[in-house]
Design a protein around this ligand. Structure first.
Ligand code: G6P
Length: 471
């Protein structure tokens, strides 16, 4: 059976790491032959030509170090200051330094050179996320004829946002060198198809750029999921119960509203706290009876826009606390650190409302984990942004426009007042969808489409429980 080679910027490390991607992919290699390839997390003086191969908690991981300069241009620069904001339709937050593109390409070429000698002709290669769009081109230029698939974990942008990205035509040509391109949601497939079918005649200097031929690239939506059975077990585990007990001691009977997100401007955190502020302002009966806990581990904090988001959130949380707190009651707790999955599962389970309101999101695995962690006899309510990929599979959530803080505030009120029967009914629909879209089947579906007949059902037996998962 062919080996599976997973390639992503971050490789699974020992101990906790923020990011749903690592959690999801760790399982794929659980029972298959193959290895994971990516950046080691280390910076060196000289670019490294050969990968170092290590066994990390039973997985074979091949890693390369990057120079500080390349890493900056590739990761903080082109990937996270140009591609991330543009793909999330935040051109106002993009910093267009087109020279970062050279560093981005250099790192992709370095990855390809270091990966090539490790490959066998029938290996199936699965590349992940926006950091590595050119990888198939780079591998093919070195002679790779393998099946190569690409999965985009973040949303695909509208054509206008795509055109704002320097070298977008080359990047889209790189996309056409994959055999299969997977997106999170139908809306992403639609945006991609719209671009592919109506490529605007762009020009560079006086030279017209030829339309890109996507006819050899298969494109489909593969909505990612979590491991709902593992989360459901975790939420009833002693570690989760300990967390619930601690929280109950401090909260008493107050209903918990919970948000768990990387501290990222795409997550709509200021709008979320403003919606909560309106809830308290419009419903005095809820004061002292409700508490918002926002868990937001810092992310990409060398980038100015992330620091600004953090400052904005500090200010809004301070404002709400100053306005509504009393000597013996505080309306919210804001925690800037990551928690392990057992503790998170406990928090999800005790939260009456899971508040997941990104302004735009590929999928959002927190929504899946919240659903999976609920007590079937007394489930909480998911308030979900209609701009998260998860909205396509979770119609039983209370879907909101996260930009409209009045609407989110009203959804919060409805969630808090929702009778048990309705909560159960909605949750059953949500849990069924979380099961249908579980992470094992997601991987099998993608691999089966990329290389029919090669996916193996054995991966069902492994559990993930360790990494933090803040998508
Ligand atoms: C998102 C991206 C992942 C990324 C994760 C954490 O989920 O889709 O590719 O790994 O965020 O971000 P970071 O920049 O810390 O890897």
């Amino acid at each position: 059976m062919s080996r599976i080679v997973i390639v992503s910027n971050r490789t699974p490390g020992k101990g906790p790491a923020a990011g749903g991607l690592a959690v999801a992919l760790r399982k794929v290699l659980g029972n298959r032959e193959g290895f994971w390839f990516g950046w080691s997390g280390k910076l060196t003086e000289q670019p490294q030509a050969e990968a170092r191969i290590e066994d990390i908690d039973g997985l074979t991981v091949a890693q390369v170090d990057l120079t500080r300069e390349d890493h900056h241009a590739y990761y903080a620069g082109f990937s996270n200051s140009i591609l991330w904001p543009s793909f999330h339709l935040r051109l106002d937050l993009a910093t267009i330094e087109s020279y970062w593109y050279e560093g981005y390409r250099r790192v992709n070429a370095q990855f390809a050179k270091a990966l090539m000698p490790l490959l066998r002709p029938d290996d199936i290669i699965w590349v992940h996320d926006y950091h590595l769009i050119p990888l198939a081109s780079e591998l093919r230029n070195l002679g790779a004829r393998n099946r190569i698939g690409f999965y985009l974990h973040i949303p695909f942008p509208t054509a206008d946002a795509l055109y704002a990205i320097p070298h977008h035509a080359e990047l889209m040509r790189d996309v056409s060198r994959y055999d299969l391109v997977g997106f999170q949601a139908q809306r992403d497939v639609a945006a991609f198809t719209d671009f592919a079918q109506h490529q605007a005649p762009s020009t560079f200097g006086a030279r017209a750029i030829e339309a890109i031929d996507f006819s050899r690239t298969d494109v489909a939506a593969f909505p990612i999921g979590s491991d709902p059975e593992a989360f459901s077990r975790l939420a009833a585990s002693p570690a989760a119960k300990k967390m619930i007990h601690r929280m109950r001691r401090s909260l008493g009977d107050q209903a918990l509203i919970l948000g768990v997100d990387r501290l990222d401007y795409s997550k709509g955190l200021p709008q979320r706290v403003e919606a909560y502020e309106k809830l308290l302002a419009n419903n005095p009966r809820l004061r002292r009876n409700v508490h918002l806990l926002q868990v937001a581990p810092p992310s990409r904090d060398t980038i100015k826009e992330y620091q600004e988001t953090s400052d904005t959130l500090d200010a809004i949380c301070g404002r709400v606390m100053g306005h509504f707190s009393e000597p013996d009651w505080s309306p919210l707790t804001y925690v800037k650190r990551a928690y392990g999955q057992p503790s998170l599962a406990g928090l999800y389970r005790m939260a009456r409302v899971g508040l997941v309101t990104p302004l735009r999101d590929g999928m959002n695995l927190v929504a899946h984990e919240y659903v999976a962690s609920q007590d079937p006899a007394d489930p909480g309510v998911l308030v979900l942004s209609r701009f998260a990929g998860a909205a396509e599979i979770f119609p039983e959530a209370l879907l909101v426009n996260p930009f409209d803080t009045d609407e989110t505030s009203e959804a919060l009120r409805m969630a808090l007042d929702m009778p048990l029967e309705e909560r159960k009914e909605r949750w059953q629909g949500l849990m069924a969808a979380a099961r249908t879209h579980n992470v094992d089947d997601w991987a099998l579906r993608f691999l089966d489409r990329l290389a029919p007949g090669t996916a193996d059902a054995g991966s069902h037996s492994r559990d993930i429980i360790y990494l933090d998962s803040v998508a």
